[in-house]
Design a protein around this ligand. Structure first.
Ligand code: NCD
Ligand code: ZN
Length: 343
């Protein structure tokens, strides 16, 4: 196959930051995706509809003129979120979901929720207003091994949330384990998951074997090969519960190549190309369109996009870095070749 044309896709989990970083990364997303669910973990976090609309305007101002893009905003859920804010989200055209970060789980999650049970009244309100809840599914208990934190979160919190709120629409973001895939498969149609390119393409050797490679470090951390295989099987199964969410998470190179490096892989520069590689390896390129372009909008009850993107079978080398002046972002697969290219 020389070219592959898909209905224009969307990215259902994306970090674009703000300021100069935003201006550098947003063109990468806009050239391939029509819409993206924008993560609210700024400093300070985006917790109100008013803040989300201001952030949305900043994103729109950073987009090159001729390109159309719709940022789908989310609010950062905290124990202090008032019920009135949930009603405002329900009435908002531009805010589509709440994001739940367990406190301390990942980058800029200090304001997250400690004990999930304390926010059950808020989850009830979300269920009543039919607003999706997006979950970073990891426990933060230091006694739990970092590679087990997703599985333990499912056992300790997620199962109970879905029992208490059986009609809550919920996305388990960036699933990384066989157990998470199994959980989603055994739940109702209101429970879905996003999958990143790095979790489809790599296992934990990419981070740790033959040297420590900080640009492959993200949270939840990339797991063993059998988990990767479970994720590939889910993504390529044409099951609408699994859809594209890059979790592209840019950080300054110096904060990644650091004695205590930040979590997050930058993948927006080549997101669709990276997914195409993963699907091609699984001999499932015919399943990419559903995963990238159909199941996400169906879950969020938004129309599928008009228009298309075409990938061609062409080798190109990923640059070593993106950014001007002092800004440097090291992309996933920096200095390496990719097999697909967007026309
Ligand atoms: C994300 C970031 O940098 O904002 N990092 C990551 O490793 N995925 C936060 C997140 O989604 O966990
Ligand atoms: Zn994320």
């Amino acid at each position: 196959m020389k070219t592959l044309t898909l209905t224009r896709p969307d990215d259902w989990h994306l970090h674009v930051r703000n300021g100069e970083m935003l201006k550098t990364v947003i063109p990468h997303t806009v050239r391939q995706f029509a819409r993206a669910i924008i993560m609210p973990n700024l400093k300070p976090p985006v917790t109100t509809v008013i803040q989300a609309l201001a952030y949305r305007d900043e994103i729109l101002r950073a987009i090159p003129d001729h390109l159309l893009f719709n940022p789908l905003m989310t609010l950062y859920l905290t124990a202090q979120t008032p019920a009135s804010e949930i009603k405002k989200v329900a009435e908002s055209e531009h805010v589509h979901a709440f994001k739940l970060y367990p406190a301390g789980a990942t980058t800029n999650s200090d304001a997250g929720v400690g004990n999930v049970k304390t926010i059950y009244p808020l989850l009830e309100a979300m269920q009543n207003h039919d607003i999706p809840l997006l979950i970073h599914g990891e426990v933060t208990d230091e006694r739990v091994d970092i590679f087990d934190r997703e599985r333990v979160f499912i056992e300790d919190s997620l199962i109970d949330i879905t029992r208490q709120f059986p009609n809550l629409r919920l996305v388990v973001e960036h699933v990384t384990t066989q157990e998470a895939v199994q959980f989603v498969l055994s739940s109702g149609p209101n429970i879905a998951a996003t999958i990143t390119p790095q979790h489809l393409l790599f296992n934990r050797n990419a981070i740790l074997a033959g040297g420590i490679r900080p640009h492959y470090y993200c949270l939840p951390v990339i797991k063993r090969e059998h988990h990767r295989l479970a994720l590939v099987a889910a993504a390529t199964s044409a099951n609408p519960k699994f859809f594209l969410g890059t979790d592209s998470a840019p950080h300054h190179t110096s904060l990644k190549e650091n004695a205590c490096g930040c979590a997050g892989c930058y993948s927006a520069h080549a997101a669709l190309e990276l997914y195409a590689e993963a699907f091609e390896q699984a001999d499932a390129l015919d399943k990419l369109e559903g995963f990238a372009s159909f199941y996400g909008p169906d879950f969020y009850r938004l129309p599928r996009n008009n228009g298309t993107v075409t990938l061609e079978r062409a080798t190109w080398k990923v640059p070593e870095r993106y950014g001007e002046n002092d800004l440097s972002i090291t992309p996933l697969k920096a200095n390496e070749e990719l097999r697909w290219k967007i026309q």
